[in-house]
Design a protein around this ligand. Structure first.
Ligand code: NDP
Length: 332
């Protein structure tokens, strides 16, 4: 495993990490989740991601049980959760001081830990003054209930504003952002946040590196039984697959298959390796519904080493986005 600094913080996270969305609770019980997390842990993953909203808190409960079952040393782990959607009551959602403090306490209870390493504001909350949120996150960190705080799917302007408030008020600023990043969704990570990496030392823990599985090639000929897109609760993902844009994506995945074959790897490994080649990515949060997928995905680290500038340019060509002088960050 390779370990990368989380932005300019002193924290090291495994370049490949593992998250609980969709799978824990909806597809996997404790034993199945344990099998996947153990496979990831044994491959060197130290970072495990969660959120209060995943399976309405059940994903945290399951992860807590897995942690106890694994008996792993707490200091060897980097655990995260995300606060925003904590329930149906008027104060159970958003980023008020009340929900951040109460939501964090409940999440820690479900996980069965005294602190999370990373605490994310799961979305921006336009109804709460930003200074209230920044002060609440600072408070949670100074209480020792989280070691670092950050954001998820905030705009660059919102992250910068939170950082500026923290600096002005002598509070702890955000250290990381959790954005979607994969071969199809790139602009935020590659363009919008570009200045933030150097200027505020932002780290990134990127999500859906396989575009919910589309990049594995498993949807090239329809929707396999038991796959994410076949799940009743996740039919809202289907337009990603069945729209004109979705059909274009499938064509791209089919065109990428020979590149994977030339490298002697699978499509999931190629797509994950591609994410790893971006130095502004601190960790790629992988997801899996069974341990065999974890085993396969963890091998993408060695494939990343084979992604030479020539191979990356071939991939850019297939993605329909040939690099120009300005965006040619991979080859520098
Ligand atoms: P991916 O896009 O990588 O999708 C993972 C899914 O793809 C798996 O659950 C599995 O689904 C399928 N898959 C994975 N590996 C393989 C393989 N080798 N072969 C075939 N199928 C495979 O990631 P996720 O969307 O799961 O996101 C990863 C993590 O990111 C989440 O767990 C969560 O922690 C975080 N996240 C954060 C968000 C945020 O807003 N901050 C939003 C979404 C995710 P199946 O087998 O069921 O088809």
């Amino acid at each position: 495993m390779e370990y990368r600094f989380l932005g300019k913080s002193g924290l090291k996270v495994s370049a490949l990490s593992f998250g609980a969305w969709v799978t824990f609770g909806d597809q996997m019980n404790v034993d199945a989740a344990y099998a996947c997390m153990k496979e990831a842990y044994d491959a060197g993953c130290n970072f495990f991601d969660n959120a209060e909203v995943y399976a309405d808190g059940q994903a945290e409960t399951i992860m807590g049980e897995v942690l106890r079952k694994g008996g792993w040393t707490r200091s060897d782990l980097v655990l995260s959760t995300k606060i925003f959607w904590g329930g149906k009551g008027p104060n159970d959602r958003g980023l008020s001081r009340k929900h951040i403090l109460e939501g964090t306490d409940k999440a820690l209870g479900r996980l069965g830990v005294d602190y999370v390493d990373l605490l994310f504001c799961h979305r921006p909350d336009i109804h709460t003054p930003l200074e209230e949120t920044v002060r609440a996150m600072h408070h949670v960190v100074t209480q020792g209930k989280a070691l670092y705080w950050g954001t998820s799917e905030w705009s660059a302007a919102q992250i910068r504003q939170a950082y500026d408030i923290a600096r002005r008020e002598h509070l702890i600023p955000p250290s990381m952002e959790q954005p979607q990043y994969n071969m199809f969704v790139r602009d935020r990570v590659e363009k919008e946040y570009a200045a933030l990496y150097d200027e505020i030392g932002l780290g990134t823990t990127i999500w859906s590196p396989l575009a919910s599985g589309i990049l594995t090639g498993k949807y090239n000929d329809g929707i396999p039984e038991g796959s994410r897109m076949s799940l009743e609760n996740y039919q809202w993902l289907l337009p990603q697959l069945q729209s004109d844009e979705g059909r274009r994506k499938i064509e791209v995945v089919k065109a990428l298959a020979p590149v994977a074959a030339d490298l002697g790897c699978t499509m999931p490994q190629l797509a994950l390796a591609w994410c790893l080649t971006n130095d502004d990515v601190s960790t790629v949060i992988t997801g899996a519904s069974r341990p065999e997928q974890v085993t396969e995905n963890m091998k993408s680290l060695t494939i990343a080493e084979q992604l030479t500038p020539d191979v990356l340019e071939t991939i850019e060509g297939i993605l329909g986005n040939r690099p120009t002088a300005e965006q040619d960050w991979r080859q520098s």
